[in-house]
Design a protein around this ligand. Sequence first.
Ligand SMILES: Cc1ncc(C[n+]2csc(CCOP(=O)(O)OP(=O)(O)O)c2C)c(N)n1
Ligand SMILES: [Mg+2]
Length: 769
Amino acid sequence: MGRKEVLTGKAKFGIFGDGKELPQLAMARAFKNGDFRSGYYRDQTFMMALGLLKPKDFFHGLYATTDMEKEPMSGGRQMGGHFLTYSLNSDGTWKDLTQQKNSSSDISCTAGQMPRLLGLAQASKVYREEKGMDSSKFSDAGNEVAWGTIGNASTSEGMFWETINAGGVLQVPMVVSIWDDEYGISVPAKHHTTKEDISKILSGFQRDEEHEGYEILKVQGWDYTALMHAYENASDIARQEHVPVIIHVTQLTQPQGHSTSGSHERYKDDKRLEWERDNDCNKRFKEWILESGIATTSELAEMEKQVKRTVRESKKEAWAEFLQENVAAKKSLVQLIHLAASKSPNKNFLTKLKNDLIAVEEPILKDLAVASRKSLRYLLGESSAERQALVDWVQNFLTKTQPEFSSHLYSPNENRATNISPIAPLFDHSGEKVDGRVILRDNFDNLFNKYPNALIFGEDTGAIGDVNQGLEGLQEKYGSTRIADTGIRETTIIGQGIGMALRGLRPIAEIQYLDYIFYAMSSLTDDLATLLYRTKGKQKAPLIVRTRGHRLEGIWHSGSEMGGLIHLLRGMYILAPRNMTQAAGFYNTLMKSDEPALVIESLNGYRLKEPKPTNLGEFCTPIGVVETIKEGTDITLVSYGSTLRIVEQVAKELLEVGIDAEIIDAQTLLPFDIKQDVVKSVQKTNRLLVIDEDVPGGCSAYILNEIVEKQQGYKYLDSAPQTLTAQAHRAAYGTDGDYFSKPNAEDIFEKVYSILHEANPQDYPKLRE
Ligand SMILES: Cc1ncc(C[n+]2csc(CCOP(=O)(O)OP(=O)(O)O)c2C)c(N)n1
Ligand SMILES: [Mg+2]
């Protein structure tokens, strides 16, 4: 029935759980309150079995109804077949997750659910081991299992293997079910899996007497009693022993094909089609029910009839609900256009518009937006009350409708990161200056003391206290669960963070160098950055990602690629502190908030001396606020991170030729300057140069757009606004490589000088021809 909705044009795309029903019933039976699912689009039966999804909800998902009350899985933001439960109250505070069955919100990227699964499972382990925190809403002594599901073909993805390995190392309570239908859309197993058998090739992960590892179970997907045993067994092993389990569910089918985008007859031969017909898990389940005398043929026939009726009614109701408001809105809009037409010289055009709208029997929001907005073009220059009524209608309609598609990119709640009040760092009179890394270390010490649910992990993060000693000695103090080393596996480091943050912990995931964050980019952009948005505020993962970058040398160590990050990570905060006091202040602010962020520490700043604040762990650097670090009158220079140190040096040199530059530290790249302070500087200097070490058109272009377009800086400019960036390539190695790849002091000096030369060649004669 769902497929038909796509064929008739009511829905755009449909993907369903058919062929995979029976193992999901077994999984639902073993699933307990407090447990979490991290799965994919086939799991509708599991969701329905637990009462977390109703047939009507499913149809609303197909129609993409924007009302979350009606389409509870994403309010129309995701394709249907992507599931979730609600972890948050409407004010953004946590529900008691131990009292409900939980599903993290699905994403479409195959295997993208795996890294997060690791963290969901690890949370149980942390809650079992760490006694000093209030875990009452999240865990009962770590007795929760994280249940993963994945298609057989998706086990080809690197994310799958990385997660499996990490799960074995960490020994966390996760049960990974592989729904094996021997295909991935049209591509058969021989192209996906060595030996065409995923559990066979995973067998090296099987635990034995000498080694920890996995329990690996293999079970046929139509065999209900075997499935029930497997799932009960898996649940016990994972829940009690915290040993991960893999359940390879074989011999599943995919009736009709992968999705509404095509039939499976195109790629399965007659033999396979016949096998699927004979062995579909529902068919064999039915045979087993009859053989066991659990029900009679007529009882089952009656049941099927009733189910069909329920689904048909649900479908009808959902479509009626989807249309309800639109139909009412259409009625009022038709009336308004009619009234406006009656007085207008453009009556004919407006009447045609009205009639076209009347003809749309099942209007969607777009129909209403197009007709209403177009109608105003025919009323240009008129000043009737009828026109005004239409204008008001359009405004109201857009104000009400746009948030349905655009809300919750960031938190609408009180503790949104940009709402956290700044607290200045305090200094005593000793004037003591210490290495930047000491400020970070002692600030982290304060934070781990203050927040018992905070933990940090990454490559070299634990025993040695990170590669720059910003966590020196903290593992001894807080233990190896909270200050932890991980394997070299950026994607699952982020996955650990996402999963644990979803379960109430405050993880800080460390990516050793910025240039290696790209290994984890999919989990960051697809999962973390979209989480609040795609759940319309029903789930949150306040994960802090810590990394170091800027101004280093070499293609994979320069740490400059800010443009890529700010574009892919909308939904996160991106902070580029120029020194370790600013960085520490950002961590303090973020811990008070509950939103995800990326903090890029300045790699060449760990050994630079800074005055040590006395209120460590307390002072808060504001997010979204720029800082003027030198006042000046002739030009505004905007930069961030380590490049600022060069800009500051150049500003002194510029004074020698009579140019007094104002320097502004952007500090926060996402969001940039929410108080719009830069334009105030431009009003004074009338000239603007944005300097960074990213590629041309990268982060500097974004900043320029913010100032010139959003802040309307163009009004105050007497010279063309410009950017000064690195070369278009990644940075070459060594001092010379740096000098000739990234903007250097001479580049900055000459660029500023050339802007003033152009404006006033008399006072600033040509520097070089
Ligand atoms: C990263 C990524 N690549 C490709 C796709 C397109 N795609 C969606 S489902 C699918 C096949 C998945 O097959 P399998 O994992 O066996 O699951 P099944 O649908 O058979 O249950 C593909 C290629 C995707 N969603 N994500
Ligand atoms: Mg498959």
